[in-house]
Structure formats: C-alpha cells, structure tokens
Design a protein around this ligand. Structure first.
Ligand code: NDP
Length: 352
C-alpha cells in the first residue's frame, strides 16, 4: 500500500500536535470532487472516487480517505488513470463477468460491476467479477461490504506494486496484496475483514522512516536480504509477508488470482508499466460472490454462523473484524472527520 497510510487500528480521532481541519462528509466529498475534476475527471468518475473516500473517512480509515487525493492527482497528471473512463462489461461464462476498467480508478468500475455480479451470483449460486485495466488505490472492504449487505458471501483480491519478498527470497516480488471477506448477517451489518498480506502496511514503514522509529522484528529485510529493523533499509530492500511462509503463500495466491487468472498484471509487471511515474498500481481485482440461498443450508446457515460469533464475542477482549469500523461510523455521523491542515492545503493547491 504505497501512499502514506495508517488505516485501520485506531478507535479514536487523532488529535496530535498537528493542526487539523474538521469536515463533514458532505464537505469532504465536495472537496474531493472539485479537486479531481480540476485534474481531468468528469463528474461521474470524480463522484465515484470521492464517495469511496468518504466511506473510508466515515469509518475512520483515513489512509484511504482524502489522504489519497495527491496520489490520485499524480496518477491522473501522469496520464495513467483515465478520469473520463467508461468501464464496460463482457460475459465470459454464465457466472464469469469481465469488467474492462478503461483505466478507471477502482471505485468507478465497482459502480458498473456491482449489480451484474449480484444478479449472476443469485442465478448461478456463485459468480466472479474479473475486473481488469484499472488503478487500485483503495481499500477492498467497501465493495465486499456492499455485496454482503445484499446477502452474499463475498471475497476480493488485488495486487499492487512489488514491495514484499517471498519467504526466503531477497527481492520484492509481491504487492502488499490485500484480501477481503464478507459474511452477511440478519438485521446487522455484515462481518467483513480486509487485510494486507504484508507484515506491516507500507505506509507504516514509511512513517517509521520519517519519524526515526525502529521497526518490530520480521517486518523487512535490507537490500542484501539481511533482517533489519531500520525502516530506511527496508524501503530500499523488501518488506516481508505476515506469518512467514503462510502469508507468503497468500500473497502468491493473490498475485495469481488478480493477475494471470484474469489476464492482468503481476505486481512486478505493474511496476514496469508505471515506468517510474510513481502512479498508483495499474492492474486487476478479482471479486467473488456466493449466494447462501443456493448452497446446502439456506434456511439455517445464517443462524448457524451466529453461534460461532456468539462464542467469539462472549470472550473478554475478542471482537469481530469490521466492528471497529462500524463503531467509528457512529462517531463521524455526529462529528464529521479530521484531516491535517497540511493535507487540506495541499488539496487546495492541487486545484490551481
Ligand atoms: P489491519 O491490519 O489494520 O486490519 C486487518 C483486518 O483485521 C481488519 O478487517 C480489522 O478489522 C481486523 N482486525 C484488526 N484487529 C482485530 C481484532 N483485534 N479482532 C478482530 N479483527 C481485527 O489492516 P491492513 O493494514 O492489513 O490493511 C489496511 C487496508 O489497506 C485494507 O483495507 C486493505 O484493503 C488496504 N490495502 C490496499 C491495498 C491496495 O493495493 N489497494 C494494498 C494493501 C492494503 P477492523 O477494520 O474492524 O479493525
């Protein structure tokens, strides 16, 4: 995740020493739309990206909110992403839809693919959206949550740029490659997790470098392949997957699903395609949707799952993934969200 993230993990608004600007979601959306339109997006494309950023701000995942505007603008100004994209659908099989992104940012394509994927999953029991030729700078959970809110079990996978070495290797090959999973729940928001396959988000490594902090063990290696806790050395070398060979295999799987399977780039190819422009990763995303009504226990499966959730939640200290975001959602509804003044100023400068 190449920007300067820090997404999940915090329950509270960050009120450090820095000056912050408080915005409502409507104000944040308007700011994003204006800046994207000043940099080549039409209203449709700008609105899809801005809405997606506001979902992140709403849930206090600020690293996928307005924080991403400068990177989107750089990707537009480099002539990489198409701000006037019109993605189109192609049926490859009854349950396989290819979504040609027309070099759109991912949330633009999701608007085109969402309903057809749901319809294909309901009629076939299972369906796949092979989303190609797009720029992914976003979290996976918004689309997965939207599918599971419609009663479907959902998965999403995307690769990015080579930052992570395979276990035992010395050079970066994999992206930080996230995967997300959603499970619908009766009368409640779905259970959703969304996690990178790297031990630490790239942005956290960058922030540690900026702030002169030492990294935990097993986050990365230097350019000679030696373990190091020096973030600068890791940025020159490679990050490591979480959980050793297990995370490494997940990163590998995600490369294959979001790349070769659907006919799009591996992370190493996305870097080549970028040709030093520093743009967002150009590539693909695989989204799968399963309709529980078409599997073995349509009447009972939702209640059956709740038995597991009840046991998990009965333990002190345990929670379900996604619950932090759902809690945060209630807070931002009242008080809006905060961005650093410096980011607010940069966004305004990018409109000039
Ligand atoms: P985190 O490690 O912060 O969180 C991963 C998941 O674990 C979340 O679903 C989170 O739920 C859940 N979780 C965290 N703590 C607990 C807990 N104590 N109990 C149960 N569940 C828990 O996320 P990452 O840093 O790995 O990824 C951040 C985001 O960055 C993701 O949205 C991902 O899609 C995105 N990303 C995008 C990339 C791209 O190329 N487009 C590349 C890499 C990452 P909760 O949200 O409720 O805390």
């Amino acid at each position: 995740d190449p920007g300067l993230p820090l997404c999940n993990g915090s329950d509270d608004r960050h009120h450090g020493a820095m000056t912050e600007v408080n915005l409502t979601l409507a104000e944040g959306r308007a700011l994003a739309v204006k800046c994207l339109m000043a940099n080549g997006c039409d209203e449709h494309n700008a609105a899809a990206v801005a809405d997606n950023m506001m979902l992140a701000e709403r849930d206090m995942c600020s690293s996928h909110g307005l924080f991403r505007i400068p990177w989107h603008v750089a990707t537009l100004r480099a002539g990489k992403a198409n701000g006037k994209a019109r993605p189109r659908l192609e049926a490859l099989a009854p349950a396989v839809i290819r979504l040609h992104g027309d070099r759109a940012f991912a949330p633009v394509g999701h608007r085109f693919g969402h309903v057809p994927l749901i319809e294909a999953a309901r009629s076939n029991g299972i369906a796949a959206l092979a989303f190609v030729d797009m720029y992914h700078v976003a979290a996976l959970w918004p689309e997965v949550e939207a599918l599971s809110t419609e009663g479907l079990v959902a998965f999403a996978f995307t690769a990015s740029l080579p930052y992570v070495a395979p276990v035992g290797g010395k050079k970066p090959v994999y992206g930080t490659n996230p995967m997300s999973f959603g499970w619908p729940r009766k009368g409640r928001p779905p259970l959703v997790f969304d996690q990178a396959s790297a031990a630490m988000a790239r942005g956290e490594v960058m922030i540690a470098a900026r702030d002169g902090h030492t990294l935990p063990e097993s986050v990365g290696i230097d350019e000679h392949g030696n373990p190091t806790r020096d973030p600068e050395a890791v940025l020159r070398g490679a990050q490591l997957p979480f959980g050793g060979y297990k995370g490494s295999s997940l990163a590998l799987m995600i490369e294959l699903l979001a790349g070769p399977l659907i006919g799009d780039f591996l992370s190493i190819e996305a870097e080549h395609d970028d040709a030093g422009a520093g743009a967002a990763p150009h590539g693909g995303e695989l989204i799968l949707a399963l309709d529980p009504a078409r599997f073995g226990d349509p009447q009972g499966c939702m209640d059956h799952a709740e038995r597991l959730f009840d046991v998990i939640l009965s333990m002190d200290g345990s929670r379900l993934p996604g619950d932090r975001r759902y809690r945060n959602r209630l807070k931002t509804k009242e008080g809006g969200f905060y961005i650093p003044q410096s980011l607010y100023d940069s966004i305004n400068e990018l409109m000039q």
